[in-house]
Design a protein around this ligand. Structure first.
Ligand code: S3P
Length: 437
């Protein structure tokens, strides 16, 4: 993503009314990918229309799947799990999508005689893929990455064998990649995480009636002939909704009702953290620890109010991984100190999100300090002054800058606002509608 599209966000508000977030990005990627692995057509309702999820559909088309799009409804006519792919290989462009880059190799690794190379934009070429190269190589695939670590990533399919894999990072992308490859491998495959990450893949596997077990943080899958899914409805994205939740928490006089939002407990860490900071975020979140084959959907009521600092670390980190920068923003407006630790993974996102949020918030007046695995921000219970925030090509940083601007004293100019289209092309329109109330 280039730094295109500089935009100013002036202090305005309040935000009032009701709002439906765009479809979930993580679940849209998985729905399309699993659809392509089925033998019969799969209808996906409410598929996310964004740059990232379009990259997934384009890649699947190139792999030989049929894709028909009619608004938010997508029908994927798959090639089956043991893909009788017409093409024997070629190049696949993942664009800016880390999820596509890490999940798709799991499927390709189990297609003997096929060789595919995955590559993407400048940001994707800086993101580590050794985390999937290692388990796939252990399973018997031929996998090669630039400097052993980065895209382009070449996957040479093979007859795979099951493994027991302790994942070195708590990453749903790694877990999902190994589970997908596991369905194609001889014997059983177990992946064990150090902390629970988002479980959308597990829910889809349960629904597709794949032999599959969860034991604490260990997930085991067996070899499968075919997947059975007919329809998937994608809920609203809690990570996209989080920007509007943060805006409603920070802009005085705001009161917003959010409907159709996914409330899977492995994704709602941010809402729990905001509640702990004193924010009015009311809704029935799924109970932590729930194992299910469906994605829960519900409503949240959010209102402006005073906030207090908090500490975030350990098992809470993966459950709020994409929203930790927003916790930093809330912390900058809160009374007291907010600390994020155990979050070194943030350095491997669409940008180095630790340095990007520290520099970005400091540039608009926050008292914030960088740590190797997080940051500390000290607030005095009042608004940030404002200034210029560089999104560094990162969609989530761009949207954070916009929210900061609305709640600031003098406004924020966001450099690189166009990046928002990676996950949330309608962000500015949704914000404007709530500002009109
Ligand atoms: C994702 C998992 C997370 C998250 C990313 C999407 C997914 O990454 O940050 O935006 O769809 O599985 P990790 O699993 O690598 O932490």
């Amino acid at each position: 993503m280039s730094a295109a599209g500089s935009r100013r966000f002036e202090p305005t508000g309040p935000l009032r009314g009701s709002y439906r977030p765009p479809a979930d990005k993580s679940i849209s990627h998985r729905a399309a990918l699993f659809g392509a692995m089925c033998d019969a057509p799969v209808t996906i309702h409410n598929y996310l229309d964004s740059a990232d999820t379009q990259s997934t559909l384009d890649a699947l088309l190139k792999l030989g799947a049929g894709v028909t799009q009619d608004g938010e409804e997508v029908v994927v006519r798959g090639v089956g799990l043991h893909a009788a792919l017409e093409a024997t290989g070629g190049e696949l462009d993942v664009g800016n999508s880390g999820t596509l880059l890490r999940l798709l190799p799991g499927w390709l690794a189990g297609q003997p005689g096929r060789v595919w190379t995955l590559d993407g934009d400048e940001s994707i070429r800086r993101r580590p893929v050794d985390r999937v190269v290692e388990p796939l190589a252990l399973m018997g695939a031929g996998v090669q990455a630039r400097e052993g670590r980065f895209a382009p990533l070449t996957v040479r399919g093979a007859e795979l064998r099951g493994i027991e894999y302790p994942a070195p990072v708590a990453s749903a992308q790694v877990k999902s990649c190994v589970l997908i490859a596991g369905m194609l491998a001889d014997g059983s495959t177990t992946v064990t995480e150090s902390r629970q990450s988002r479980d959308h893949t597990e829910r889809l596997l349960r629904r597709a009636r794949v032999p599959f077990e969860c034991d604490g943080l260990a997930v085991t899958v067996g070899q499968v002939d075919e997947l059975e899914l007919e329809e998937i409805t994608v809920p609203g994205d809690p990570s996209s909704a989080a920007f509007l939740v943060a805006a409603a928490c920070l802009v005085p006089g705001s009161r917003v009702t959010i409907s159709g939002v996914g409330l899977n407990w492995t994704r709602t860490g941010f809402f729990r953290i905001a509640q702990r900071m004193g924010a009015t975020v009311v809704g029935v979140l799924e109970e932590p620890g729930t194992r299910a084959d469906r994605e829960p959907v519900g409503e949240l009521d959010v209102a402006h109010g005073p906030l207090e600092g908090t500490q975030v670390g350990g098992g809470e980190v993966p459950l709020a991984i994409d929203e930790l920068t927003l916790v930093g923003l809330l912390g900058a407006f809160a009374q007291g100190e907010t600390t994020i630790r155990d979050a070194a993974e943030l350095r491997h996102k669409e940008s180095d999100r630790i340095s990007a949020v520290v520099d970005g918030l400091a540039a608009i007046g926050a008292d914030i300090e960088e740590a190797e695995d997080g940051f500390t921000v000290r607030g005095h219970g009042g608004p940030l002054e404002g200034g210029v925030l560089d999104a560094r090509g990162d969609h989530r940083l761009a949207m954070l800058g916009a929210v900061a601007g609305l709640a600031s004293e003098r406004g924020v100019e966001v450099l690189g606002m166009d990046a928002a289209a990676v996950s949330y092309p309608g962000f500015e329109q949704d914000l404007a509608a709530l500002l009109r109330g």
